[in-house]
Design a protein around this ligand. Sequence first.
Ligand code: ZN
Length: 510
Amino acid sequence: MGYGAAVRAPASYRDLCRRLAEITDLVSAARVLVWDQRTVMPPAGASARAEALATLTRLAHSLLVSSDTGRLLDALAPWAESLPADSDAASLVRMTRRDYEKERQVPAELRAEMARAAALAIPVWEEARRRSDWALFQPHLATALELRRRYVECRQPAGEAYDVLLDDYEPGMTAAEARAVLAALKAGLLPLVGEVAARGDVVDDSFLRGPFPIDAQRRVELALLQALGFDERVFRLDESEHPFACRAGPDDIRLTTRRQEDRLTSLFACMHELGHGLYEYGVDRALARTPLGRGASYGLHESQSRLWENLVGRSRPFWQRFFPLLREAFPQALAGVDAERFYRGINAVRPSLIRVHADEATYGLHIILRFELEQDLLEGRLAVDEVPEAWSAKMKEYLGLEVPDAAHGPLQDVHWAGGQIGYFPTYALGTIMAAQIWERLRVDLPDLDEAIAAGELRPLREWLREKVHRHGRKYLPGELLRRVTGSGVDPVPLLRYLRHKLGEIYDLPS
Ligand code: ZN
């Protein structure tokens, strides 16, 4: 924490900081082990790695929930309340208290059981997905739900069960709030997707099937990432089965991607993960080695990744500047394609079965489907063996598609296998927040399009760092969003952005 605060702080505050620094170090070490497992570890290393991770997690958990932490927090309460609420120290005491109260209600054995169940379910899910066999995975989903019900019970919620699960990903938001936001999003997306479909196949994206040689992809990705703010002294880019970003330390940010010769999805995945990485890199150094030294929530994190992937990476000014790089890298696939055709092609709306391949307009509907099913499962309105049928019905209703098998349906994502129930809404919330933040920053940066078209991304990066990144986890996400945009989570800017962009590409009546 800042030196100024430290010299005037009581000794118990320094004790708390020392304890939190140790916890953060354990968490950082665990992150490096996870990164290593997902990038370079030989498969046979998995069982030893699971033990090492379990030990680090248990140590961090017991340091946080110990009675010493509680005593320090009690002793510090009057002092922290005398400080400005937005000071680093007051925020640290407030957020640590929040984490402590939540975590100490959860017995260590239940935490361990949740971790163990996920470790056992993931290989079964992989096998089930390969064979498209829902029945094989089903008992593991039943176990994950049962453990979440027990988890909810320990937390003694005032409201509904889903509130407890959502709070782990989007602190402070209730299920009712998420439902209202996603219902408004759905009411806007369904007619928009319908109007676009009615226009027929007017956008040519046939050139997006490659070939895109892997070596050329790697070169062009690095060149683009560097233009966006990837600094090789701080960032790395490696390959993994599923792209992700990992903060091993404030100046050690690791991104991964997955390349395929017949699609350019890796390019967009790189920009997405860079958005996560820039957020972590932009957190104020004074918050390092504290629980505030990371992004505010999964939703806000996703707002940053989606902003770089879509609002920048699928924009016309961006490709006006960078398309020549791409043309040079892929002369065969992009022969005869210009920046404008490319821009239209990468923004084509094509309802598809797989979430991670979804375009900007249909993406939200994939999330809404999962959010609705999760609530039904948790409340017992839907049994696990009814999931494939319920999934198919919603896919038909929202996107007009038949689901051929469970691999293209409820087995496509890893989240439920990992017990991450309550996570999905943050993808849609983040996409919504990205558009809200984008509208706000365009007021402050009126020449943004010209800057992007000139390859000048620094003003955008600095705006985001100043308004969003540097605060880390000092505020609950709803409060931070309000500070940045003046409003709560609101899908209107996203719907406005999509209607404007797709209206032009598909020549829709405005
Ligand atoms: Zn993401």
